[in-house]
Design a protein around this ligand. Structure first.
Ligand code: IPE
Ligand code: IPE
Ligand code: MG
Ligand code: MG
Ligand code: MG
Length: 331
């Protein structure tokens, strides 16, 4: 009962949502898009983010050095930079300029990296490898890793609210986007998903609870990045609704593929421990539905997500292509 209420909260809080009648529809195949390549757009975006990151963090030599080194270690270790690229792509989809939202996009990556550092901690997933390197707590110790996560989250709010580099964005939009981001991260967002993920280890769970975990722990941040890109670039209400629905679908698809890669992926390519979910008997899509059915669900979600953007012109092509990358990825 309690779980049903929580799921209901998501429907109200999320104000979107997954078109179930659509995405559980059998035998849909993906629409193939041609033209712009996701990998080109992503590598260009990643370059912009990587250049921006260092400047928006305290220097590694700033006192106390240990915390700044730990923050920089995980943030500069690499990663696909998908969330910040989504902020920029959503901004462009509604006619904005990706450079104008760059600091906010970098902040989204700081937030994501904080969630990874904490997710890997012994008290959570207890993993040793992340982004091809030993996890933060393995190098700096648990206490510093916890604090590095806290500091990255806080630094993200400093960057999002100080407006430097985002002078062309109206302050009201910055406030709205920052509020959006905070809402996605708390106990009724990402943290809620992480809590139920941990509480579900080793237990049989319902399809509803599994969906809750994945939407909350992963989908919320992804959807927030897309909404924030739209908000910062003054999307209309209609555009924002479409972006929300797009983000909700690809957010869930992303975590389903993450579950699949935990079984079928290549450890070197992924840069993180394989088989980690099996060891901990985690609530995953492959565990409940099997590999093939999980892949099919993710593909259907992406198909619907692309459908959600039908009112957008070709400026939304990067979003469409990133959505396709979400299910095709091998890392
Ligand atoms: C991993 O996210 C954590 C999940 C939410 C599944 P990514 O696969 O985007 O990790 P990086 O940023 O590329 O390292
Ligand atoms: C992580 O989910 C979700 C968050 C970090 C909020 P996972 O635990 O599946 O991510 P990986 O597989 O460790 O990257
Ligand atoms: Mg986890
Ligand atoms: Mg994990
Ligand atoms: Mg995983």
């Amino acid at each position: 009962m309690a779980r049903t209420i929580k799921v209901d909260c998501w429907w109200i809080y999320g104000n979107i949502l997954l078109d179930k009648q659509y995405y559980w529809k059998p035998n849909n195949c993906l629409i193939l898009l041609s033209g712009l390549s996701a990998s080109q757009y992503l590598s260009e975006g990643k370059k912009l983010i990587d250049e921006g990151i260092s400047d928006l963090l305290p220097n590694g030599k700033a006192y106390p050095e240990s915390i700044h080194e730990a923050m920089r270690y995980s943030l500069l270790a690499g990663g696909k930079r998908l969330r910040p690229v989504l902020v920029m792509a959503a901004s462009e989809a509604v006619g904005g300029d990706r450079q104008a939202v760059l600091p906010f996009a970098v902040a989204a990556e700081m937030i994501h990296t904080y969630t990874l550092i904490h997710d890997d901690l012994p008290a959570l997933d207890n993993d040793d490898l992340r982004r091809g390197k030993p996890t933060n707590h393995k190098v700096f110790g648990e206490a510093t890793a916890i604090l590095a996560g806290d500091a990255l989250l806080t630094q993200a709010f400093i960057v999002m609210t100080r407006a430097a580099g985002m002078e062309s964005v109206p302050p009201g939009c910055i406030l709205k986007a920052t509020h959006e981001m905070a809402g996605a991260l708390g106990s009724t967002g990402m943290i809620g998903g992480q809590v139920v993920d941990l509480e579900s280890e080793g237990k049989p769970i319902t399809a509803e609870t599994l969906e809750y975990i994945h939407i909350y722990k992963t989908g919320f941040l992804i959807r927030a990045c897309i909404r924030c890109g739209g908000i910062l670039s003054q999307a209309t209400e209609g555009q924002l609704n479409s972006l929300s629905r797009f983000g909700a679908h690809i957010g869930l698809a992303f975590q389903i593929i993450d579950d699949i890669l935990d079984i079928t992926g290549d450890q070197e390519k992924l840069g993180k421990d394989i088989g980690s979910d099996l060891t901990k008997d985690k609530a995953t899509y492959p565990a409940l539905y099997g590999l093939e059915e999980s892949k099919r669900k993710a593909e259907e979600l992406v198909e619907v997500s692309i459908e959600c953007l039908k009112e957008f012109d070709d400026r939304a092509d990067p979003l469409r292509e990133i959505a396709r990358f979400f299910v095709q990825r091998t890392f």
